[in-house]
Design a protein around this ligand. Structure first.
Ligand code: NAI
Length: 349
């Protein structure tokens, strides 16, 4: 099913509003979700609406949060999110970080006690569009083994970075610290297909190709991805005095409770380090340098980070965003949710 950007946004907003979010919050969440779908990051788009609707309806996403910015220094603050919708809290906190970095050169704002905030590049690109460097990290549910371990400890702990070049072009890098997203394993289960043995481990910590035996995900590049996941957890969890490691709440456990997650935004104003014009010119130069690198066999072109999504974004702009039929049917239906996400173990079949 193909749906225009505007129509998809309207459908998502309407559903979240009916589930209990205010118009203003439903508008922001729908904007962040459509940002992801429009780039083909479907794992963090409309696919998540029913889960959010269930959590909102059950009270685990606070529809009327008491947001509060606590300034702790000229360049630092804590945004108390009161378990409101994560997308909204992270957006408001990024708006504050942008103001602070424009004034003081740098801003670090921790978002404390929030819900899931989706694709992090939405927030970092928001900063880059205002001639700033955006960096963001957040916690997610523990489902990743530490290097050498047979039990999960960290989440898929993503990190995102964006910087402005000339003519509105951005370099934008946004990734989970795991080899593959959990959604890809669910997809393999639904198709009854094996998975590569580099994605996940079974209950003994052994690599598995059977998506039904997956007990935990593997970090990217062994100890290095494990180290990055640790860094994300320290910056967005321990630094903010939040539950950390395997104490981080699960996405699927007790949807009536707030998740108490953390996210950290770092915004840097290039004007305070070199001139913004020379910075943007050099980002553009690095983009063209990368595009001019001789491609390896099997590749047509080297893309700069984020550029790989441009083709699909353009195609979706012309022909509408591709949405799975079942998700579209749910969005146009009167159903708020089907009570299908409230269980303990994400690895259950
Ligand atoms: P991915 O593996 O699809 O892409 C990672 C990065 O590599 C992207 O910046 C992409 O533009 C770049 N890239 C991919 N192919 C490329 C190519 N051929 N040339 C140049 N660059 C290329 O992303 P992943 O790890 O699946 O993450 C997807 C999304 O999930 C992200 O938006 C992330 O923020 C989100 N996420 C959110 C979580 C949360 O709790 N809020 C948890 C985990 C992930």
């Amino acid at each position: 099913m193909r749906v225009s950007n505007q129509d998809l946004k309207g459908l998502i907003k309407n559903k979240l509003n009916k589930a209990g979010l205010t118009e203003e919050h439903a508008e922001i969440v729908s904007e962040v979700l459509v940002f992801a779908d429009a780039k083909g990051i479907h794992s963090h788009g409309a696919m998540r609406v029913e889960y959010y609707a269930e959590r909102i309806a059950k009270g685990g996403i606070n529809a009327d949060p008491n947001f509060n910015l606590e300034k702790t220094g000229p360049s630092s603050a804590i945004f108390h999110a009161d378990n409101g919708a994560g997308h909204v809290a992270a957006k408001f906190a990024m708006d504050e970080a942008i103001k602070m970095a424009k004034e003081n050169g740098v801003a670090i704002i921790g978002v404390k006690k929030m819900s899931h905030s989706g694709a992090l590049s939405y927030f970092t690109e928001h900063a880059a569009k205002q001639d700033l460097i955006g960096f963001s990290v957040c916690q997610s549910d523990p489902m990743v083994v530490p290097f050498g371990g047979a039990e999960s400890y960290y989440g898929t702990n993503p990190l995102a970075f964006a910087a402005p070049g000339n003519d509105g072009k951005l370099i934008s890098f946004d990734m989970a610290t795991t080899v593959q997203a959990w959604g890809k394993i669910l997809h393999a289960r639904s198709k009854n297909q094996p998975i590569p043995d580099t994605w996940a481990v079974d209950v003994n910590g052994e690599p598995t190709t059977d998506p039904l035996k997956v007990h935990a995900l593997l970090p990217i590049a062994g100890p290095k991805g494990y180290g990055l996941g640790m860094m994300v957890d320290v910056l967005s969890g321990i630094l903010l005095g939040l539950p950390f490691g395997n104490k981080v709440s699960s996405m699927y456990h007790d949807l009536s409770e707030g998740r108490n997650l953390g996210q950290l935004h770092l915004v840097i104003n290039p004007e305070k380090f070199s001139s913004i014009n020379s910075f943007k010119q050099n980002i553009s130069n690095t983009m063209s340098d990368l595009n001019a690198i001789k491609p390896a066999s099997g590749f047509d072109q080297v893309f700069y980070p984020g550029q790989n999504l441009e083709k699909i974004e353009k195609e979706y702009e012309e022909n509408g965003i591709e949405i799975v039929d079942d998700i579209y049917q749910y969005l146009v239906s009167d159903v708020i949710h089907n009570n299908s996400y409230d269980h303990n173990d994400p690895f259950d079949e």
